[in-house]
Design a protein around this ligand. Structure first.
Ligand code: PT1
Length: 274
């Protein structure tokens, strides 16, 4: 299975690692250490050395309760980082739901759009369809400002699957071919701990959609809930989550801690080939 994204064709016969590059002062787990663009660029280069297969660059946090960032500020954060990393040797992803940021990032050379709103903003679908970038369509219930207030599902796996199937159909209808798409159940986006655990246990049922799966569980509160850990103590729980995700069918894991994840997934890949 190959994922087509911009300048690249990513071989997904083994699980791949997307490294998180936060360009936010309120970044939920870097404590603002990498907010300036030169720090973000240096951090990104380190993630490539550690074995990252993709870099996911974001200028607005979408974690629960985060406040939106104005368009001009988001552009000012991400564009210098994208331009500086153009020759990093791995596909660059822009983590945004704003069509204007997608447009500018694509013009600046990104290879993929990672959209927590699954291209539902006006014009987002058209902008991506007109380009050659890959795209990740993610499930979210509600919006980051209020999504954890009272999330409700009759059947979380079925509802996430139906949403992703509908967005997949919309993307194909807009002219985005299947080999440019990734689907993501959106762990922590309008989901209680039990919803997240059910989704992870049944992740393999999403494989029936026939599109590679991207999963983000790195340092998330569900892991803190289960293991009783603060956000800066969640490395080992995050590795367990990446290993479980890969075993259950995730093709790409989105993580902060690249080197330990790469090592762990090498073991998973070696076993799965036998
Ligand atoms: C994700 C993801 C993302 N997560 C994709 N993009 C975040 N495709 C940002 C918590 O519960 O899973 N997939 N972009 C970060 N969002 C969160 C959500 C961070 C919940 C933390 C939590 O702690």
């Amino acid at each position: 299975m190959n994922f087509l994204c911009g300048r690249f064709q990513l071989d997904l016969s083994a699980p791949r690692v997307m490294g998180i590059v936060n360009v936010t002062p309120d970044s939920f787990s870097d404590g603002g250490k990498f907010n300036r663009s030169d720090k973000a660029i240096a951090h990104a280069m380190q993630l490539v050395e550690e074995g990252a297969d993709i870099l996911d660059i974001g200028g607005e946090s979408t974690r629960p309760g985060a406040t939106p960032v104005p368009l001009e500020e988001e552009l000012k954060r991400v564009l210098p980082v994208i331009k500086a990393l153009a020759q990093a040797g791995v596909p660059l992803s822009i983590d945004t739901y704003k069509p204007e940021v997608m447009r500018a990032a694509i013009d600046s050379g990104v290879d993929m759009v990672n959209d927590v709103r699954a291209l539902q903003a006006p014009n987002a679908m058209e902008i991506v369809a007109k380009s050659h970038v890959g795209v990740c369509l993610m499930h979210m219930q509600g919006l980051p400002q209020n999504m954890q207030v009272d999330p409700q599902y009759a059947d979380v796996v079925l509802e996430v699957m139906e949403f992703l199937a509908a967005r997949l159909q919309a993307a194909e209808a807009a002219g985005i071919s299947r080999n440019r798409l990734l689907l993501d159940p959106g762990f922590g986006f309008g989901k209680r701990t039990a919803h997240n655990l059910t989704l992870l246990n049944h992740l393999s049922s999403l494989q029936s959609l026939g599109i590679p799966l991207l999963v983000g569980l790195s340092r998330k509160s569900v892991l803190g809930q289960v293991a009783g850990l603060d956000v800066d103590e969640r490395l080992h729980a995050s590795i367990a989550a990446s290993v479980l995700s890969a075993i259950k069918g995730a093709n790409i894991v989105r993580v902060h801690d690249v080197k330990p994840t790469v090592d762990a997934l090498k073991v998973v890949a070696a076993v799965m080939h036998h």
